[in-house]
Design a protein around this ligand. Structure first.
Ligand SMILES: [Zn+2]
Ligand SMILES: [Zn+2]
Length: 256
């Protein structure tokens, strides 16, 4: 129990923090990380209300397997859509906030390449705001798509790992870091042909302790899905380790 003296100390600390934040806001006015608008009105935020609304409203009808946006009249089944039916994707279903465009694209870019790690808070909120109630009860363990240690050292963090940890903290799910690990420092997949991409990613991952994934439903977490082959190779390794099903959750779906 708090006594009166402790309560007064908490109030004093909160008041000092709020004054300090107010002073910082005057000296260094905050701007939305997505559109650069001043955040004078939204003091405890990193993104303005307009950008947040745009992200929330950008949900579209997608292929349940690869997440490709389905145009009018294009259907998807459990085998996928015209975009993915000839690709052997090893995850069962995928979930995305939106296509990689607009404010979400800007936020991911600021987070990943300008290293504004503070953006993990709004991005984590956006990710957990997705309607995931159909799969979350099925998930036994969450696994981030691993970065090679050299790339992680260069960047200073693995963006997928931070997202996975935030998600698990918010949804009270266990996370497995480093058990699925990247043994090959691959080239970026975006500039390669489909055949080159497959060759590039083959054998890029390994599982250290397969029993952690045995008979488990795994939720793989990534920031942006482009070709799907990296996530699929992760899923193949998880399935080889005995995982029951692998689902994929990412912030954004890119188009090639
Ligand atoms: Zn904005
Ligand atoms: Zn598809």
């Amino acid at each position: 129990m708090f006594n009166l003296h402790q309560v007064n100390k908490v109030f004093a600390a909160t008041a000092i923090r709020s004054m300090f934040q107010g002073l910082l806001d005057i000296l260094y006015p905050r701007h939305c990380f997505a559109c650069d608008k001043s955040l004078h009105e939204e003091r405890n935020s990193y993104i303005c209300e307009d950008c947040l609304e745009q992200i929330k409203e950008s949900e579209v009808r997608r292929c349940a397997r690869c997440g490709f946006e389905l145009g009018p009249g294009i259907a998807s089944s459990s085998k996928g859509c015209p975009e993915c039916e000839n690709i052997s994707l090893r995850f069962k279903k995928s979930f995305f906030v939106s296509d990689n465009k607009g404010p979400l694209k800007n936020l991911i870019h600021q987070f990943k390449y300008h290293k504004h790690v503070c953006l993990i808070k709004p991005l984590g909120d956006i990710l957990t705001g997705l309607q995931l109630q159909d799969i979350i009860p099925e998930i036994d363990v969450v696994v981030p798509v691993p970065l090679h240690w050299k790339k992680k050292q260069e960047r200073g963090f693995n963006q997928s790992e931070l997202l996975a940890k935030k998600l698990c903290w918010k949804l009270s799910l266990p996370v497995s870091i480093n058990n699925l690990h990247r043994v090959k420092n691959t080239l970026s997949q975006t500039q390669l042909s489909r055949l080159q991409r497959q060759k590039n990613i083959n054998g890029a991952f390994k599982v250290k302790k397969p029993d952690i994934f045995f008979k488990k439903n795994v939720l793989l977490v990534d920031d942006v899905l482009t070709t799907g082959m990296t996530a699929s190779e992760c899923a193949r390794n998880l399935k080889n380790a005995g995982a029951n099903e692998v689902y994929l959750l990412a912030l954004a779906r890119s188009r090639l």
